[in-house]
Design a binder for this molecule. Structure first.
Ligand code: GDP
Length: 618
């Protein structure tokens, strides 16, 4: 909600028919009227042209004014708050910032009467370790349970499908795995009502099973465990139950709350039980929607089709979508030219929890974007235009996850009660050790909540989880590569790296207390990849490298990293370009190195060079 939508409009004479008709240049105002403007409202991303209109001046005047301040802008440049203030002060006008206008938000307040609410099908995501049978399960369910009367229809892969069981529907998202699930969540879309975690009974809980459990828990989605491959002779469902119980998912029959369903995705055994269990869990959640409302929901997937243009699969969460409806999807818009279901059937309308593929958008939206329909195409277009502009603005600022520097301020302001943290370590034992020492911290009632702690390198999936959960990542004896660092930076996720447990805990505690001392921060100056190795009797193993990022310096401190894990920490022994000693070698160049006191260099290893610099912490 805007904090102040319509303040007393003291000028009162701008002759605008609609108060929200912003953004059009209107130079017709006389200077007398201009002088009457004492305050203006603006939103994020207001452009020079729009501000000129609001303050009743020519855009060129403002462009010139900013030019004299050393800022080069055009009529379409979005302005920062300080710049808007600067301009307004010049005209003796008070700028009042209002939040995104209500009608530009695609969220629609649910005003349904209780009696208009109808049950809606649950939306289910299937997750689990690779090869445990996610895809087979989705295929079997789809093949054996397609909605009645649809058998024989040409199935289309649109990213989601519905099946019928006992006359009730269940919607499955067709992209298995927690990565897609969390990527959607990071974009603000929580479409999944229930997570089915598939565990192969002959293999048991594996790393991605743990990840899936943590991702589903972080999203607060109920979990059903499908104990799959029960047809295999070495299937051991009790082991799966025990291992899942260790992760906090205690089976019902052992007094817990998690339902375990034995299945064979291959033979189809247990699939009915699984679907019935899904419906039982859905009943507990009392999933409801009002088909008479404005249609809202999220994008499941979207692509540019050569023949049809932008194509998007939307999952309707509330209301009813009709063919011909003007829609805004993320920052794109259009009139729905055609709407089909997963069986390729054209639909005139579709209600809550239905996945539909639509064409008619002007641009390709992103998975996780929200959508809603409008009465009026023009309105849809202008909402989408404004949303697009604001997105560009917002991308520049980015919402960041919690960082150590602002932690104590947030704690003091009562903004956070717990600090979400993801821990990645070289071995599971140290991940557990860091976890338990972090969880012991308590500063004025604020605690650390470890949402995920496993062994292994920091991955993109960790960054997505951190982003979706506003968490920070603590790396213990692991090093993110340049790509992961970049991804973390883009997502505004803080990564703290340590190799001594008490230092990691101490840093967190001091940050919570707002007593973080100026520290020496390591600055990674470059990375190189070992492409070949040769042994020289005098100097030991020489690594032939390619500098892939930044640079190496002859006196660099370095880490030797193998598959994301730190193998050795030390210094470069020598750095050579061809036969000569080099002081530094830049990205894109080859060089030969030795590592001081260390010979076990292997092809594929990464050499990370770093320096220590003092950074004052506020
Ligand atoms: P995903 O990586 O989790 O999507 O796993 P897939 O669905 O691709 O399955 C991996 C392998 O396990 C494939 O060869 C499947 O045929 C097999 N598989 C999946 N479910 C079962 C099952 O219930 N029983 C048996 N015996 N094999 C299965």
């Amino acid at each position: 909600m805007p904090n102040k939508r319509k303040p007393a409009n003291r000028n009162g004479n701008r002759g605008k028919k609609k108060p929200d008709n912003r953004g059009r240049n209107n130079y017709s105002q006389s200077s007398k009227k201009v002088n009457d403007i004492h305050e203006i409202e603006y939103t994020d991303g207001i452009t020079v042209g729009e501000l000129a209109d609001k303050v009743g001046r020519q855009s060129s005047e403002i462009i010139k004014m900013l030019f004299l301040e050393g800022k080069m802008v055009t009529i379409n440049s979005p302005l920062e708050d300080e710049t808007v203030e600067l301009i307004c002060i010049g005209y003796d006008i008070e700028p009042i910032k209002v939040k995104e206008r209500e009608e530009d938000s695609l969220e629609v307040e649910n005003t349904s009467d209780e009696e208009k609410l109808e049950e809606r099908p649950p939306v289910v995501t299937i997750m689990g370790h690779v090869d445990h049978g996610k895809t087979t399960l989705l295929d079997t369910i789809r093949r054996t349970k397609v909605a009645q009367g649809e058998a024989g229809g040409i199935t289309q892969a649109i990213g989601a499908y519905q099946v019928q069981i006992n006359g009730r529907k269940v919607t499955f998202l067709d992209t298995p795995g927690h990565e897609a699930f969390t990527a959607m969540r990071a974009r603000g879309a929580s479409v999944t009502d229930i997570a089915v975690i598939v565990v192969a009974a002959d293999d048991g809980v594996m790393p991605q099973t743990r990840e899936a459990v943590d991702h589903a828990k972080a999203a607060n989605v109920p979990i059903i465990v499908a104990v799959n491959k029960m047809d295999k002779p070495d299937a051991n469902p009790d082991r799966v139950k025990q291992e899942m119980a260790d992760l906090g998912l205690m089976p019902e029959e052992w007094g817990g709350e998690t339902i375990f369903v034995p299945t064979s995705a291959k033979s189809g055994d247990g699939i009915d039980d699984l679907l019935e269990t899904i419906l039982t869990v859905a009943d507990v959640k009392e999933l409801k929607a009002d088909p008479s409302q404005i249609a809202t929901g999220s994008v499941i997937e979207a692509k540019l089709d050569k023949g049809r243009g932008p194509v998007a699969t939307l999952l309707i969460l509330n209301g009813t979508l009709h063919q011909g409806d003007p829609v805004v999807v993320g920052t794109s818009f259009g009139k729905i030219r055609k709407m089909i279901d997963e069986n390729g059937h054209e639909l005139k309308s579709a209600g809550p929890s239905s996945p539909v593929e639509i064409i008619g958008l002007n641009d390709v939206p992103e998975a996780g974007d929200m959508f809603r329909n409008y009465e009026d195409e023009k309105e849809a277009r202008s909402v989408a235009d404004r949303r697009k502009r604001r997105k560009i603005e917002a991308d520049r600022r980015k919402t960041t996850s919690v960082t150590l520097e602002d932690l104590s301020a947030q704690i003091e302001a009562g903004e956070i009660k717990e600090i979400p943290v993801i821990i990645k370590a070289d071995v599971q034992g140290s991940a557990e050790a860091v976890k338990s020492s972090m969880e012991k911290l308590d500063v004025s009632g604020v605690r650390v909540n470890v949402i995920h702690a496993t062994a292994g390198a920091i991955t993109e999936s960790d960054i997505m989880l951190a982003n979706a959960s506003k968490a920070m990542i603590i790396g213990f004896n692991v090093r993110p590569d340049a790509n992961i660092r970049k991804k973390a930076e883009e997502a505004g996720v803080e990564i703290r790296l340590h190799n001594i447990i008490y230092k990691a805990t101490e840093e967190m505690e001091l940050a919570m207390k707002g007593m973080l001392e100026p520290v020496y921060e390591e600055v990674v100056i470059g990375q190189a990849e070992i492409r070949e190795t040769y042994k020289a009797s005098k100097v030991g193993t020489i690594g032939g490298c390619m500098v892939t990022d930044g640079k190496l310096r002859s006196n660099s401190r370095i880490r030797l990293i193998r598959e994301g894990i730190v193998i050795y920490t030390g210094r470069l022994g020598s750095l050579k370009r061809f036969k000569d000693d080099a002081r530094e070698v830049l990205s894109g160049f080859e060089c030969g190195i030795t590592v001081e006191n260390y010979n076990d260099i292997k092809v594929g290893d990464t050499i990370e060079a770093y320096e220590e610099q003092e950074v004052p912490v506020e």
